[in-house]
Design a protein around this ligand. Structure first.
Ligand code: GDP
Length: 296
């Protein structure tokens, strides 16, 4: 009897779906269901080498190696940090009036992004429910520090094409409070019904714990439930300033190198705050986030 030898090839791909101990890898336009060799620490977005085989028309594989990450997004609990997604280029922060997004949330995510060398931008959502000027003040704050902003209605797809143009060739993750429109926006952009995909897998709400990378043309969108309750206690208090480029700028001229930026004497940051050159909400969030990290 003749058995056709099983062809095993080594090829590179990207993890597009991640479960607890297996994953799907997209390689050369094909998706491979993969097991993982040993204890390689993997997340969605990771570039990996796989040993692939095709058995009865099914593409299968074994992840044998993870390639270096260009960027990684971490969450932490009690100072233990855990990666949630890799090789992200942009973080889109969804901001809404209802539910109200508080400014600490926005500045926390700008800080996380900058520390991870990922580009943050802001999406003001649900404009169909609001007057034209509703986000004017918020937008001014972020325009001043060079953060790109969009005003959209994910539900009605208003200005979504403009956003899609910006997202071309990026790998983006959307963050926002529950109810801010992350799933609605991901559906509007990818054309995939994110919610019904969860239900059709017949695993109910548990399916939403799977992290997925959606490819749409040259755009990649990562949907990860891990970012919903992100803790940042692995960040050092002295790193927090990286999320506040305007504060870095003025701090360079403070009289004392270890200036806390909370006392007037010789502090250029306090002076800029008084002149209105630094926005009050940005300053308050800087102090809040830095002091929060200091007390841990
Ligand atoms: P998620 O929890 O961030 O994923 O938020 P969802 O995408 O589930 O949206 C929460 C609710 O807000 C749903 O009822 C959506 O239909 C609604 N929603 C999302 N975007 C918009 C929008 O642009 N305008 C309006 N009016 N409702 C929206």
């Amino acid at each position: 009897m003749y058995f056709e030898p099983k062809m095993i090839k080594v090829q590179t791909g990207q993890i597009v779906e991640f479960y607890s101990n297996s994953c799907s890898v997209l390689s050369k336009g094909k998706e491979f269901k993969c097991k993982i060799r040993g204890r390689i620490n993997l997340v969605v977005g990771d570039l990996v080498q796989i040993e692939s085989s095709s058995v009865d028309g099914n593409s299968k594989g074994l992840v044998i190696k993870r390639l270096d990450r260009v960027t990684a997004l971490y969450k932490s609990k009690e100072k233990v940090k855990k990666p949630i997604a890799a090789n992200i280029s942009h973080i889109g922060i969804l901001v809404t009036k209802n539910p109200k997004t508080n400014p600490e949330f926005i500045d926390k995510w700008i800080t996380i992004s900058k520390i991870a060398s990922i580009e943050p931008f802001i999406i003001f959502n649900k404009i169909d429910l609001l007057q034209n000027s509703a986000f004017q003040e918020d937008q001014k704050i972020y325009d001043r520090i060079g953060i790109k902003t969009f005003q959209i209605s994910a539900k009605l797809s208003t200005n979504v094409d403009e956003l899609k143009k910006y997202l071309s060739k990026t790998t983006t993750i959307f963050v926002g409070n529950s109810g801010s429109g992350k799933s609605t926006l991901t559906s509007a952009i990818t054309g995939k019904d994110i919610l019904s995909k969860a239900l059709s897998n017949n695993q109910g709400v548990h399916t939403t714990s799977v992290s997925t990378l959606y490819h749409t043309g040259e755009m990649k969108i990562i949907d990860s439930p891990g970012v919903r309750d992100i803790g940042i206690d692995h960040l050092k208090p002295q790193e927090i300033i990286l999320g506040f480029p305007e504060i870095i700028n003025y701090s360079l001229n403070c009289s004392f190198p270890n200036c806390s930026h909370q006392a007037d004497e010789g502090c250029e940051v306090m002076a800029a705050l008084k002149n209105g050159d630094i926005e009050e909400s940005r300053y308050n969030n800087f102090i809040f986030l830095r002091n929060q990290e200091k007390t841990k």
